[in-house]
Write a protein that binds this ligand. Structure first.
Ligand code: KIV
Length: 416
């Protein structure tokens, strides 16, 4: 029986007649492989060099007797045949044909790596995999692609679309470049540069001391690590409560200086005017109700909110007011599940819960909490998906002991 390999190819083009380039690439590929499935065409923004035209991308599921190395050479000859010119790396191109998946699993040669190393950083690749091969396992995430939901959030309207489609929205906080690069390689929908950085990064007992400049600094470095992920930045304490003008000034600085897509503020009726004015000025705003940490002193601690009938009514009313004022999503923190459900069913914009049960339209967690970086912090609503504190402690002790025993560095870690 002849050997047969299956591949998924990703086509990309942003020079010349892009539709025609895709059609010619499909014709060329059909000469060397049987095309079994074709994805829809997606228009995408360039990632690494932003100042160039948008790409048209398409995925193909193909079958061929050619092994990965042979197939790669044939694909490269099709690129040349279609007039691909040598230009700057990641720059404009007539056609790009990448092998992004193979029935052989992980393939690593000196010239080829499958899955393609950029797979995880490109949301359109996830969409193609989801569309063409939902049952296959992503070797990096070790999950079926159908579980790594493909459709990514590009702008504020996608939040509402996810709610309408019943797709859960996934958000994590992030404060630095290194973690932002990792988050950007996952299917997480959005990053929040939360003022929780006051606790997590600065070691303060609450978020009140965080300044606008600090939020701007952290949001800028997160944006560098996650250039395409939807990015929300918190308006810190007293940067918006004081006056509508202050809210506009603070939010304006965040958007202008950081590349964030939206800002988040805390509170209900008393911030409605600020929300209206920001939304009228073109600033996308996320609301935040329930346990709003900037009011922790007034609450007398980090306590579940909305437990009494009156308190629940007030939060529901605030949610309605914020929706009317124009927020495009609403964080609900530490409220009873029944209240979160009622709000989620009442308003049309999506709710993003933290300690608010499973009925909200999405969830947000503090990154360091979900990664288990702080062994002394385990609130009930957090699930620790890793035990990074243990990994860090063991690694540091191993390093120290290797240095003391002259076991590090060795020859391979030394220049001659
Ligand atoms: O600052 C933050 O991290 C937040 C989340 C907890 C929602 O506001």
């Amino acid at each position: 029986m002849p050997v047969s390999y299956e591949y998924i190819l990703a086509l990309g083009t942003n020079v010349g007649d892009r539709e025609q380039n895709l059609a010619r690439a499909r014709e060329g590929i059909a000469r060397i492989a049987e095309i079994q499935r074709v994805s829809r065409v997606l228009e995408t923004w360039p990632i690494l060099i932003r100042a160039q035209a948008r790409f048209l991308n398409q995925g193909l599921y193909v079958k061929t007797p050619k092994n990965p190395s042979e197939f790669l050479m044939l694909l490269q000859s099709i690129e040349i045949e279609l007039g691909r010119k040598k230009r700057v790396k990641n720059g404009p191109r007539e056609i790009d044909i990448d092998i992004i998946w193979s029935s052989e699993g992980l393939v690593e040669t000196s010239v080829l790596r499958i899955p393609h190393p950029f797979n995880r950083a490109r949301s359109w690749i996830r969409e193609i995999m989801y569309e063409l091969a939902p049952e296959t396992i992503d070797v990096e995430a070790k999950l079926e692609w159908k579980k790594i939901q493909g459709r990514s959030i590009m702008n504020i309207h996608d939040f509402a679309k996810k709610k309408e489609a019943g797709e859960k929205i996934t958000v994590v906080t992030c404060y630095d470049h290194a973690f932002a690069r990792l988050v950007a390689r996952t299917s997480i929908d959005a990053i929040l540069v939360g003022d929780s950085l006051g606790n997590v990064i600065q070691g303060n007992p609450n978020t009140l001391s965080v300044t606008l400049d600090e939020i701007i600094y952290h949001t800028k470095i997160v944006r560098k690590g996650a250039p395409q992920t939807f990015l929300i930045a918190d308006l810190p304490f007293m940067s918006y409560q004081t006056r509508v003008e202050d809210a506009l000034y603070s939010a304006g600085r965040i958007l202008k200086e950081t590349g964030a897509d939206a800002v988040k503020l805390e509170g209900g009726s008393f911030v409605v005017e600020q929300v209206k004015k920001m939304v009228q000025s073109g600033i996308p705003v996320v609301g935040h109700l329930g346990l709003t940490p900037q009011s922790v002193l007034a609450f007398g601690g980090y306590k579940v909110q909305g437990k009494s009938v009156e308190a629940a009514k007030q939060i529901l009313e605030d949610a309605r007011l914020l929706e009317e004022a124009g927020v495009f999503a609403l964080v609900l923190e530490m409220v009873p599940e029944a209240l979160a459900q009622k709000i989620t069913e009442t308003i049309r914009i999506p709710t993003i819960g933290i300690g608010a049960g499973v009925k909200t339209d999405g969830q947000v967690l503090v990154l360091t909490d979900l990664l288990g970086l702080d062994p002394d912090f385990s609130p009930r609503f957090v699930r620790k998906y890793a035990n990074l504190s243990q990994v860090v402690l063991e690694s540091l002790e191993k390093y120290a002991s290797d240095v003391r025993e002259k076991n590090f560095p060795q020859e391979k870690e030394t220049f001659s």
